[in-house]
Design a protein around this ligand. Structure first.
Ligand SMILES: NC(=O)c1ccc[n+]([C@@H]2O[C@H](COP(=O)([O-])OP(=O)(O)OC[C@H]3O[C@@H](n4cnc5c(N)ncnc54)[C@H](OP(=O)(O)O)[C@@H]3O)[C@@H](O)[C@H]2O)c1
Length: 327
């Protein structure tokens, strides 16, 4: 497995990470046993970066990772997050207060069964707390030896700059894929300038770019994605037209659309470490193979043209959640 370095002073990690979210929130049927097998398979093949959050399954994701890492903690680079709390009425509470940062980290350490978190990230920026205070609290976790590196997720340009002045930010986790390319306009150049890695999440468009979701009826009623505007039938109908080119390129190369979608990201910049999510060894194998897929300039251009910025039908999240992005 090829490696990439996170940030200026961060750890060396596999060129792609493993997004673990779908192991505990509904992206189809859950299967703990196979999810653990998938994490083991990742480690066995040199894929060491595991992406989680205390929000995924309300702590269950971290507990699952703890089970998977029994006796293998040193082999993994754990990236978990705090600060996005789902309330019982389904709405979101964002908390970046310093005392909460400490409390959330201690709870994550306990669930993960580890003495340290490799990369600890703020899941969503709390607009009511100056970023210097939140990142200041995160830097104290580093002093205490509980955290090795500090990251952010979905933060806006100004916030990233202020945060990085407070304490070096190793990575920024943000949605980036063929159908979500807005980061190219401001955030990616900022990360390049500051020596921060961008960790593209949902690099497969939450499964859409694999070509396996062609109708909203392909998702069960309790699948989390039915809440996402891009999985409404009228948006699928428009976005599916773009898949034709992705599927063409994949066929010509002898790879699958999901693999081309990952390779396209990896070739945009050395500073990118995408984290495709899966709970299946079969998909994991395919995604790992994408690291060695080279796309010619002509292929990259064809894909970039058809998936032009701002042309995807439907927003990334429902309206309420959109307000939490780029803060
Ligand atoms: N920071 C944030 O706010 C944030 C938000 C969302 C996600 N994330 C992180 O990013 C990770 C990835 O995002 P995501 O899981 O939402 O979306 P994604 O990686 O774009 O897509 C995941 C979906 O694609 C399917 N899939 C994976 N590999 C495939 C392949 N080779 N062929 C066909 N289908 C394939 C998976 O199926 P199976 O589920 O059946 O394996 C899953 O349904 C998450 O796991 C999470 O760790 C972070």
């Amino acid at each position: 497995m090829k490696k990439r370095k996170l940030g200026s002073n961060g750890p060396e990690v596999s060129a792609i990470g493993l997004g673990c979210m779908g192991m505990t929130i509904k992206y189809g049927q859950l299967d703990d046993e196979h999810s653990i097998e998938t994490i083991h398979h990742a480690l066995d093949n040199g894929l060491n970066l595991l992406n989680s959050s205390d929000a995924y399954g309300n702590g269950k994701n971290e507990e699952l990772i703890s089970l998977a890492l029994k006796g293998r903690r040193q082999e993994a680079v754990i990236n978990t997050k705090f600060g996005q709390i789902r309330k019982t009425d389904g709405t979101m509470d964002i908390n970046g207060r310093p005392e909460y940062v400490q409390e959330a980290c201690e709870a994550s350490l306990k669930r993960l069964g580890t003495e340290y978190i490799d990369i600890y990230s703020q899941h969503r920026v709390d607009p009511t707390v100056p970023i210097e205070e939140t990142v200041g609290a995160m830097s104290r976790l580093v002093e205490q030896g509980k955290v090795l590196h500090v990251g952010l997720s979905e933060a806006g340009d100004e916030t990233v700059r202020r945060a990085n002045k407070t304490y070096p930010i190793v990575c920024l986790e943000t949605e980036y894929s063929l159908w979500s390319r807005e980061v190219e306009e401001e955030i990616l150049p900022t990360c390049q300038e500051l020596g921060i890695s961008l960790m593209p999440y949902a690099p497969l468009g939450r499964g859409f770019l694999s070509g396996s979701i062609r109708s909203s009826s392909d998702l069960s009623e309790d699948d989390q994605r039915v809440m996402q505007p891009r999985f409404a039938q009228e948006n699928i109908d428009q976005n599916i037209e773009k898949l034709v080119v992705l599927e063409e390129v994949a066929k010509e190369k002898g790879f699958k659309p999901a693999q081309v979608a990952i390779a396209w990201i990896l070739q945009q910049d050395e500073n990118l470490v995408p984290i495709p999510g899966t709970k299946r060894t079969k998909y994991l194998n395919e995604n790992m193979r994408a690291v060695d897929l080279f796309l010619e300039k002509n292929d990259l251009d064809r894909l970039s043209d058809v998936f032009a910025i701002g042309e995807t039908a439907g927003t990334r999240y429902p309206a309420g959640h959109m307000k939490l992005l780029g803060v």
